[in-house]
Design a protein around this ligand. Structure first.
Ligand code: NDP
Length: 324
């Protein structure tokens, strides 16, 4: 049995791991089979993480965080968690492989998932011109006219990045003002390849084998128009990834895992949460990292309060896997 298992490998998960490992808790990080490293793996320049005056590439930052966590004894498993049992003092975490790990404390740092428009055509044409990740797929849109939906920082970042490949990028936003930060807005406004379409929502995506166009609906007049494009990037935010804990942990009205005040303590003893999965507002790499610190410290204090015999059963943590 482990002392602590951390589910998630973004800035919150790895920072929790760095702190837990330095506290000699020998954490196990479950890093996901396909999305290890979290959202920053899909980002290019990160210019606002302190300590990198020239900026740093998202994947490089995550690799460094992982290395730092491993340096102090963190173990990383690349698999998805399929089930958790959180009641009682011993928690269990089951992976896609069927492996089951037990621990006295669990930290959820599961982040958030791309929000979808909710159109049938979006699913049908996913990977055929509809994408949620410019850094992953931008290269496939060389010299094409494409569109980005959204008015936040993600949409501005994606649109600006996509001008490296596309001949033209429309930004489609349902309002006439952006939610994005001023610096990101200004960068997009200054880019000659970007054209804004205001007060418009995507009502349909056309194309049989691949995206060929959009049906846009004016959010003021209701008028519908067609727009010819060769690709659509959906950048309308994220939803916290809480599917593992539905019915098990209290959630907030925003859909995030509820925590006690500024702590990471969830509604169950020994279960902690950090990063985007508890934060509907700030959702920055640096706030997620800070939140991971809080979770590791809370877990450490919790473990210190447990009976010695229980702690002793978790001390041999390397031999901790129970296989189904
Ligand atoms: P946001 O929630 O900030 O913005 C989402 C945008 O999508 C809003 O403009 C919203 O419109 C629009 N939207 C939401 N749902 C729909 C829908 N169904 N149809 C059409 N439009 C929709 O998400 P982001 O991902 O942009 O940013 C999340 C956080 O990450 C923010 O805190 C941001 O600052 C941060 N971030 C920072 C970056 C950086 O600093 N480099 C880069 C990327 C993100 P409306 O405005 O009408 O609500």
């Amino acid at each position: 049995m482990r002392q602590v298992i951390i589910i998630g490998s973004g800035p919150a998960g790895y920072t929790a791991a760095i702190y837990a490992a330095r506290a000699n808790l020998k954490p196990l990080v479950i890093a996901s089979s396909v999305e290890a490293g979290g959202e920053l793996m899909n980002t290019t320049d990160v210019e606002n993480f302190p300590g990198f005056p020239e900026g740093v590439q998202g994947p490089e930052l995550m690799t460094k965080m992982q290395e730092q966590a491993e340096r102090f004894g963190t173990e990383v498993v690349y698999d998805d968690v399929t089930h958790v049992d959180l009641d009682g003092p011993v928690k269990s975490v089951t992976l896609g492989s069927g492996e089951k790990h037990e621990a006295l404390a669990v930290i959820f740092a599961t982040g958030s998932a791309y929000r979808k428009l909710g159109l049938d055509d979006e699913e049908r044409l996913s990977g055929r011109g509809v994408s949620w990740c410019a850094t992953c797929d931008g290269f496939f849109f060389k010299e094409k006219v494409i569109a980005v939906v959204g008015g936040g920082d993600s949409a501005m970042e994606e649109a600006t990045f996509l001008t490296r490949f596309a001949s033209k990028v429309y930004v489609i936003h349902r309002k006439d003002t952006l939610r994005a930060s001023k610096i990101m807005q200004d960068r997009a406004f200054a880019n000659e390849k970007i054209e804004f379409i205001w007060n418009a929502e995507v009502a349909g995506i056309t194309g049989e084998e691949a995206v060929e166009g959009l049906l846009l609906r004016d959010t003021v007049s209701g008028e519908e128009t067609a727009l010819e494009i060769g690709g659509l990037f959906v950048a309308i935010g994220n939803d916290p990834r809480t599917h593992l804990v539905h019915g098990k942990l209290d959630l907030t009205s925003d859909g995030t895992i509820a925590v006690d005040g500024r702590s990471s303590k969830t509604s169950l003893a020994g279960v902690f949460a950090a990063g985007d999965v508890i934060d509907p507002h700030y959702r920055q790499a640096v706030t997620a990292a800070a939140s991971g610190t809080v979770a590791a410290l809370d877990a450490e204090h919790y473990l210190a309060s447990l009976p010695q015999d229980l702690l002793a059963s978790a001390s041999d943590s390397e031999l901790a896997t129970v296989t189904n």
